[in-house]
Design a binder for this molecule. Structure first.
Ligand SMILES: Nc1ncnc2c1ncn2[C@@H]1O[C@H](COP(=O)(O)OP(=O)(O)O)[C@@H](O)[C@H]1O
Ligand SMILES: O=P(O)(O)OC[C@H]1O[C@](O)(COP(=O)(O)O)[C@@H](O)[C@@H]1O
Ligand SMILES: [Mg+2]
Length: 440
């Protein structure tokens, strides 16, 4: 159970410098649309959850609000900032970089901002990466393109060497844009910074199309990626409806979470089946997936199946689950397995079939952010700058139930966000597809 201490945010020290934004905060108060810096945001949002703690309201677990502070820790004129993007691509990475640079330079007057190339390896001398000077002119239009102008990478790097680079460059604030792995890496960097007695703030902007970061609203880029995925689902539906025994099969990214599959199906309500990592399914037998699909194809002449890449791993016999350079488990190809098994099953049953397989894979994450995610990225970048300038560290900025908050990094990586098989989202998917609650 999350307690008060889990939500405490680390700071580098007292904020003694008047913020350039202070005059904008004078008349602010806590409303539905804003929270003053002295206030906190309740972690529990139902009577039962809050009541179960049996605590007076001021002792209930609560989060520090995001947003500008009246006084700040760093002197903008003497502050040097670093930005790094890590892990897989995600729509909006360039929007975050752009937002950070514009807020720092235009509203705080921070002029020294550098980008580290290709993820954490950008700090490591061995790779010989130069740093990129980031100015408003450099970043003005980078949000028109997907990807990240800084480049990214996977693979563990030595936090001692990363902090060496921060010291050599006299960096006072480091923004890390990445997912669970990046945040874990940032925590190692924070540890070394503490061991060396340095006053360097490390603030994370959570990134992943998988939406697998807990305690926050959807991660930026998820909505764009999900929207991109609907194009493949529609194509699969057109193909399936245009051929006798047409079966459209679409495999979608999302690693060990099925959010992209669920939301893209709800958005493009063309799918008859959604298979996700969180809900095991039997392939064979009278009540198995394959028999159900056969009956559907015989009854209706076509079907669309959407499978999340992390689903059905238990059915992939010959797969040796290796790991990528960051230690993430490499998934077996459930799409290829299903394509083969569906063809074999329908052939054996004498059902004419035309299986069309779609694997958009990287196509859904390498596109520019849609306007919703662009605006979301800008606001996250603003929140990150406010947090860092106020001396917060080992924290990610996030939107949680429409409020921008500071979430300690250890909590952000304490578990993975999954689709709840008993939750409302999965219930909606079952209602939309009409598939059985389980294949067994
Ligand atoms: N467990 C870990 N401990 C320390 N650093 C890590 C860890 N996992 C990943 N990293 C660092 O974070 C970077 C990105 O992690 P990765 O898992 O590839 O992507 P993401 O952050 O998007 O999940 C890696 O290049 C690595 O340097
Ligand atoms: O980029 P790679 O190494 O091919 O890994 C693919 C994985 O990256 C992702 O696109 C995003 O993963 P991260 O956000 O953790 O980097 C996953 O959905 C997918 O399984
Ligand atoms: Mg990750």
């Amino acid at each position: 159970m999350i307690g008060h201490e889990d939500l405490a945010v680390r700071t580098l020290g007292p904020c003694r410098i008047d913020s350039p934004l202070a005059e904008r905060l004078a008349s602010r108060e806590t409303t539905q649309h804003s929270v003053v810096e002295e206030d906190r945001i309740l972690f529990d949002d139902t009577i039962s959850m809050a009541g179960a703690r049996g605590l007076p309201v001021e002792q209930l677990p609560s989060l520090e609000p995001g947003g500008p502070r009246k006084r700040i820790y760093f002197d903008p004129a003497k502050t040097r900032v670093g930005i790094v993007t890590c892990g897989g691509l995600c729509p909006g990475l360039n929007d975050v970089i752009r937002g950070l640079v514009l807020e720092l330079s235009r509203h705080y007057g921070v002029r020294r901002i550098v980008g580290f190339r290709n993820g954490y390896r950008g700090f490591i001398p061995h790779y010989g990466e130069d740093v990129v000077d980031l100015t408003p002119e450099v970043v003005q239009h980078i949000d028109d393109e997907g990807g990240t102008i800084l480049g990214t990478s996977r693979g563990l790097q030595d936090p001692e060497e990363i902090v060496d680079a921060l010291e050599r460059l006299n960096i006072n604030i480091l923004f890390v844009v990445g997912g669970d792995g990046t945040i874990r890496g940032a925590m190692e960097v924070v540890r070394v910074i503490g061991e060396r007695g340095l006053k360097v703030a490390v603030v994370g902007i959570p990134k992943t199309i998988d939406n697998d970061i807990p305690y926050i609203d959807q991660s930026f880029g998820f909505q764009t990626a999900m929207a991109e995925a609907t194009k493949s689902i529609h194509a699969a539906s057109v193909e399936a409806r245009s051929a006798p025994g047409g079966v459209g099969l679409v495999k979608l990214m999302g690693r060990h979470s099925g959010f992209i599959a669920c939301y893209s199906v709800l958005a493009k309500d063309d799918a008859d089946y959604v298979l996700i990592p969180e809900v095991p399914f039997a392939l064979h037998g009278e009540r198995g997936f394959l028999e159900h699909l056969r009956r559907r194809v015989e009854d209706r002449g076509h079907a669309v199946v959407v499978v999340a890449e992390g689903a059905g791993q238990e059915h992939i016999e010959e797969h040796e689950p290796g790991r990528d350079a960051s230690g993430n488990v490499r998934l077996g190809d459930v799409g290829r397995l299903l394509r083969r098994l569906i063809c074999e099953h329908l052939d054996r049953a004498g059902v004419e079939n035309n299986v069309r397989y779609f694997d958009p894979s990287y196509a859904i994450r390498s596109v520019p952010a849609n306007p919703y995610d662009s605006a979301y990225c800008l606001r996250l970048a603003h929140a990150a700058v406010h947090a860092a300038m106020a001396g917060r560290t080992e924290v990610i900025v996030a939107r949680r139930r429409r409020r921008f908050v500071h979430i300690p990094m250890p909590l952000a990586v304490s578990r993975r966000n999954h689709v709840d098989p008993l939750g409302d989202l999965w219930m909606s998917v079952l209602e939309a597809t009409g598939q059985p609650v389980r294949f067994e």
